[in-house]
Ligand binder design. Sequence first.
Ligand SMILES: Nc1ncnc2c1ncn2[C@@H]1O[C@H](COP(=O)(O)OP(=O)(O)O)[C@@H](O)[C@H]1O
Ligand SMILES: C=C(OP(=O)(O)O)C(=O)O
Ligand SMILES: [Ca+2]
Ligand SMILES: [Mn+2]
Length: 656
Amino acid sequence: MAANGNGRGSMANGGTGRQGLPKIHTDKKANDAICHDDSTTPVKAQTIDELHSLQKKKSAPTTPSNGIQGPFAVSSEEERSKQQLQSISASLASLTRETGPKVVKGDPARQSETPRIPQVSQPDTPRVAPVSHHHVTPAINVSDSSLKLTHILYNLSPAELYEQAIKYEKGSFITSSGALATLSGAKTGRSPKDKRVVSEESSINDLWWGKGSPNIEMDEHTFMVFVNDQFLNWDPEHRIKVRIVSARAYHSLFMHNMCIRPTPEELENFGTPDFTIYNAGQFPCNRYTHYMTSSTSIDINLARKEMVILGTQYAGEMKKGLFSLMHYLMPKRQILSLHSGCNMGKDGDVALFFGLSGTGKTTLSTDHNRYLIGDDEHCWSDNGVSNIEGGCYAKCIDLAREKEPDIWNAIKFGTVLENVVFDEHTRDVDYTDKSVTENTRAAYPIEYIPNAKIPCVGPHPKNVILLACDAFGVLPPVSKLSLAQTMYHFISGYTALVAGTEEGIKEPQATFSACFGAAFIMMHPTKYAAMLAAKMQKHGATGWLVNTGWSGGRYGSGSRIKLAYTRKIIDAIHAGSLLNADYKTTEVFGLEIPTEVEGVPSEILEPMNTWKDKKAYNETLLKLGGLFKNNFEGFVHKMGNDDKLTDQILAAGPQF
Ligand SMILES: Nc1ncnc2c1ncn2[C@@H]1O[C@H](COP(=O)(O)OP(=O)(O)O)[C@@H](O)[C@H]1O
Ligand SMILES: C=C(OP(=O)(O)O)C(=O)O
Ligand SMILES: [Ca+2]
Ligand SMILES: [Mn+2]
């Protein structure tokens, strides 16, 4: 494909010896022999069908043949492709029975184009050969479903997925910047109360069950597609192979962007996946089936290495479902999985950004002056940090080019734009429009951010930044934390949940979510906290608490801290200057706050200054302190064997 394209181009541009504009030649010999009107280049095709078939060139082989030619090359390629189809067939079998369906690659719609009524005028015109399909015949076929071919669309490119979406999925449009606008349906956010995990021997004792746990129990008994084969985790030693079987082009393109995309060579040697997602989001589950509490269910079976999604088409379920899987697999290998963004300075200093949805992980890790390692999910191992994903998932509500230029520019061809509203004619997106949801999102490959660090790995973190979006407006914009305080706030996982990301939340409200991601952790929170403490201590990382929420009053009377100020604070942390600033200690929370930060008005550094009503401030501060205390009570008895650390962590909470 590339060879052909370049050949044409160089003839057109390279006519140095000729007069005037160089001509584009199609066939030199024919040109010499036949005199024709050269104002138009004759078309090679004899029929319209042939013309259309010429429009799409066959892709170049994905792997160089390394000089192996002749019958050997052909048979090994066929063999590989047969094995691949058998493996996909086996993936599908688990949904039905032991042997999988007969799978063929390709769009059934295209196949039906071939046996068309012959054209009367040109009965002898050779038909364009149909795309050759690779058939797989499983050894034992037991039902009539085995007589039908199941068409799979395997690892389609973004361009192909655009076409599928536009053809078959209502609500798919191309926006003026080239992104694909989609609708996720009735669910525009995650359904945290519908995540079920099969309780089975191999994992039952590792998991956190019962009150407060995100893992709702279910049993073994109770479980045209797109197939994506991709990877999780940029650390090659701990890479996980995932297969995503979905029924919507939107879902396939979303995962194409969000997981790590294999090279053609890696894809050929993919083999059996370590985990498979079956996304049947268009199908509601039967509420009256055992274990089902609503029409939505996200079910994980760790022993079978499978996940099934029913009754929600919100694509974020797949991304976060895999994240839950990593929160199980990685700690078993002594690797800490983190709900955090991550970036790296020019000198190799790495920062982690923890925080719940909407607190600023994506926005603050996407920093023009630093390399982006990832915006949401990472691993911290003895090798350093690595991103789990191959893409970013940014909020777009009120997105502005000046404030977040890198994210703005990433919204182009290939990007999935969820639930946004746009002008029906110009297709310009109105990012302020919340008609569909507040939780509008863009999913794009990480290399759409110009300074992405590829491969997405880095050395051990120097700064661990805990982000909280404090709707009460009493937490300082920045505080330096002791290790015990870092643990306290990590286990607490406080924020105000911003409207929209979870179903049913319309206004910000105070939330505590252990490890800044209670919906995704699989084991008890203290397990992750202990690992974080050990790693921070070993590598000398400093903890910080940054409030990206309200200032000058609580939600309703104050306003959100300017993004520009938060960026200045983060700059000072990265630069190291904040580490050695002058500090004073706050009442109640006992937080160390700097007296000055370059580029930030000093008076806002202490929240009390920004409140007109000091009495209201004090009441609100105590109220929040009380909420922290209440929340933490549940964790006190579970802090492990280290009593001294337990005491220190308890003392690191609010005192009043
Ligand atoms: N001071 C601030 N700091 C960080 N984000 C802010 C701030 N003020 C407003 N925002 C907005 O809040 C949202 C943060 O969302 P995002 O970075 O996607 O969060 P997360 O990745 O943690 O879910 C963005 O839309 C951002 O523009
Ligand atoms: C997609 C999500 O992540 P975040 O809001 O943290 O980006 C989510 O929590 O559903
Ligand atoms: Ca994010
Ligand atoms: Mn997230």
